[in-house]
Design a protein around this ligand. Sequence first.
Ligand SMILES: NC(=O)C1=CN([C@@H]2O[C@H](COP(=O)(O)OP(=O)(O)OC[C@H]3O[C@@H](n4cnc5c(N)ncnc54)[C@H](OP(=O)(O)O)[C@@H]3O)[C@@H](O)[C@H]2O)C=CC1
Ligand SMILES: C[C@H]1O[C@H](OP(=O)(O)OP(=O)(O)OC[C@H]2O[C@@H](n3cnc4c(=O)[nH]c(N)nc43)[C@H](O)[C@@H]2O)[C@@H](O)[C@@H](O)C1=O
Length: 323
Amino acid sequence: MGGPNDAAGDSFLSERSAKVFVAGHRGLVGSAIVRKLRDLGFANLVLRTHAELDLTRQSDVEDFFASEKPRFVILAAAKVGGIHANNTYPADFIAINLQIQTNVIDSAHRHGVKKLLFLGSSCIYPKFAPQPIMEDALLTAPLEPTNEWYAIAKIAGIKMCQAYRIQYSWDAISGMPTNLYGPNDNFHPENSHVLPALMRRFHEAKVRGAKEVVVWGTGSPLREFLHVDDLADAVVFLMEKYSGLGHVNVGSGKEVTIKELAELVKEVVGFEGQLVWDSSKPDGTPRKLMDSSKLANLGWTPKISLKEGLRDTYKWYLENVKQ
Ligand SMILES: NC(=O)C1=CN([C@@H]2O[C@H](COP(=O)(O)OP(=O)(O)OC[C@H]3O[C@@H](n4cnc5c(N)ncnc54)[C@H](OP(=O)(O)O)[C@@H]3O)[C@@H](O)[C@H]2O)C=CC1
Ligand SMILES: C[C@H]1O[C@H](OP(=O)(O)OP(=O)(O)OC[C@H]2O[C@@H](n3cnc4c(=O)[nH]c(N)nc43)[C@H](O)[C@@H]2O)[C@@H](O)[C@@H](O)C1=O
């Protein structure tokens, strides 16, 4: 998908004093976007914690947009979790995400927001999509069951941005990041994604002097990881350069097996014991490497290697999370 606007758009970077609402600014992604925007000199960020503004509450969101009237919106607030959380709380993952994105996208449009960026996820694609996954693989085959509820909400978000562009000529775009990690990640033992879960488990095992650490599944699934600072850079790039109908993949182009990832995290943390695989836990999608050539052709490439990103994230974990 696409069109004549694909590489067009007025300049986001020329409006650094404009109000930018970053929804979800305390999360992994939102906090990285705030760091990036502040580095670039954006001086008028509009930020609300979940406690200050619950984005599932339609009338509160409406009132917020009516009074704040932001010029740009970056939607990084969502109900997010790893394979276990997605599989255990399907109602939360579909309902909360549909509510947040519907409220924010619709209110943003009705209150004069100039441009909005919606974030989806690589889980929108079919479980057995041809690899690497092109944007046009969307809705071509069944989804991965462990996260189909979340994926359906995200697909609805993409479609809502497209529908508002078609009906109202409104500049709403969607970026689809691959698996992300970095500072401010969620290190919950069960509900987080694999990378922070393993970092914490290896760290705690090292401190306890444990001989073994349990890792979920078979270790054979492949995943593509992108440091969240690269994602934040891509988000700003898309805000500046992209105004098309189709969503845009944002990946690193590099994949590792979960076993390779576990060995890398183990090395960075300095845990010297053994890995024990718990094959009663789900593997999820066998492989989801995205084809990010659409974004590369617009002129963006990632900079942070997985090894470097892991070291940076472990340093952050030691300074901010561990007891
Ligand atoms: N993490 C990943 O690997 C990937 C993430 N993404 C996408 O990036 C986006 C951000 O994810 P990520 O940063 O990882 O998630 P986090 O869980 O780290 O952050 C989500 C943020 O949303 C806020 N939030 C959640 N519910 C509400 C609500 N009802 N009202 C207001 N704020 C709310 C949270 O606030 P609070 O903590 O106070 O509830 C938090 O600040 C999501 O759209 C996600 O789908 C896409 C691909 C991969
Ligand atoms: C970003 C993406 O994230 C989710 O999909 P996922 O890629 O399957 O995410 P995950 O990071 O939780 O797992 C990746 C792999 O790793 C294995 N694994 C090993 N040990 C642990 C472990 O300790 N925790 C977790 N979570 N996984 C583990 C796990 O069994 C799986 O094979 C979506 O639900 C959805 O939210 C989404 O869009």
